[in-house]
Write a protein that binds this ligand. Structure first.
Ligand code: RAM
Length: 340
């Protein structure tokens, strides 16, 4: 587990993770405006991808009179985030930002939060639109499906059997991308490729490694594993890096440059992609502050300008969704230019 920003404190039978910056909500003086209290709930613990989102959150929160408390379950199960949402409601926070593990299972609890006057944002993945006020996602999900299939084609010259190693079977982000990938394939995209299986590593390193090994054993003609999850791709690359199949089976997908650098350097991986996750955290902090200060009601067409955050000018799309993207490819030529 990454211990950089976490202290594990057992509270009411669940694990509460506190960021170094905001171990508790900071009391304000009588004259100062009260600090905005935000709880951010990533999918699960121990994933550096979410550390990067938290970094962006904290960086922007500093200038926004805001404290950000980060709490998450140990595992990324569909309902595992519910107790953390409930705790935030009890603490009367101003806003809850959540990277959901399920599109519907969290809805009744998120609706209760909104009824209590709490701003609810979906970050990195979305929930049913009635259960949040806005979403910030990294990419247009329908476009990323094609992107992943084309990415697989590019590492095996457009030909061969391949499999998806995904996160959890309920993950709204990965599931959205997988459905879009399926549509692209059905429509004749990359006809030289054959998708033989989709397996789930649950965004847990050990389970992801076991699933990668099982794929290699089950499909002797497998040419590539595409893991559209930073946990899955690092686990699959680690398995291949010490296997006689290194170089014969390609691993690609979505990963953080810091976790994947060694596998690019040792030749296990040719290329993979990701966006900068910190932009989503920065956008979330700024959007919460704007919604509070200006009583902004998010909807399509709302224009936002945030200095130092990505391209700085943002427009809300359909269902008050903001896309933080774009995906970027990493390979041996550019991997050292990135540090997250
Ligand atoms: C993992 C998580 C996250 C996803 C990234 C690409 O870290 O599943 O939700 O967006 O991978």
């Amino acid at each position: 587990m990454n211990t950089k920003y976490r202290a594990l404190v057992p509270v009411l039978g669940m694990s509460l993770i506190l960021t170094g910056v905001s171990a508790s909500f900071v009391a304000t003086s009588a004259t100062a405006a009260p600090k905005l209290k935000v709880t951010y709930i990533p999918k699960n613990l121990g994933n550096p991808y979410f550390d990067a989102i938290v970094k962006g959150f904290n960086k922007s929160a500093k200038g926004l009179n805001m404290t950000v408390k980060v709490v998450a379950p140990a595992q990324a199960g569909a309902t595992d985030q519910i107790p953390f949402i409930e705790a935030a409601i009890q603490q009367k926070v101003d806003a809850i930002a959540i990277s959901p593990n399920d599109a519907s299972a969290l809805c009744p609890t998120l609706k209760r939060a909104m009824k209590a006057g709490i701003i609810v944002l979906a970050v990195n993945g979305d929930v049913d639109v009635a259960c949040r006020q806005a979403s910030i996602t990294p990419v247009d999900f329908s476009l990323l499906g094609k992107y992943l299939v084309d990415q697989t084609a590019s590492v095996i010259d457009g030909k061969g059997d391949w499999a998806f190693l995904s996160a959890t079977s309920t993950a709204p982000d990965q599931n959205g991308w997988l459905v879009a990938a399926g549509k692209y394939i059905e429509g004749g995209g990359q006809p030289g490729l054959k998708l033989v299986d989709t397996v789930y590593g649950d965004d847990a390193p050990e389970k992801s490694a076991t699933e990668a090994q099982a794929l290699l054993a089950k499909y002797p003609n497998l040419k590539a594993i595409n893991a559209p999850t930073t946990v899955g791709i690092a686990a699959a690359a680690q398995v291949l890096s010490t296997s006689p199949l290194k170089g014969k089976v390609q691993v690609t997908g979505l990963g953080t440059p810091n976790q994947m650098r060694q596998y690019i350097k040792d030749g296990t991986v040719k290329s993979f992609s990701l966006w900068d996750p910190s932009v989503q955290g920065s956008l979330a902090a700024n959007l919460i502050a704007t919604m509070k200060a200006k009583n902004l009601k998010p909807k399509a067409g709302v224009k936002l300008a945030y200095k130092g955050v990505g391209p700085e000018k943002w427009t809300m799309g359909k269902n008050a969704g903001i896309i933080a993207g774009p995906p970027q490819e990493f390979n041996a030529k550019n991997i050292d230019d990135f540090n997250f």
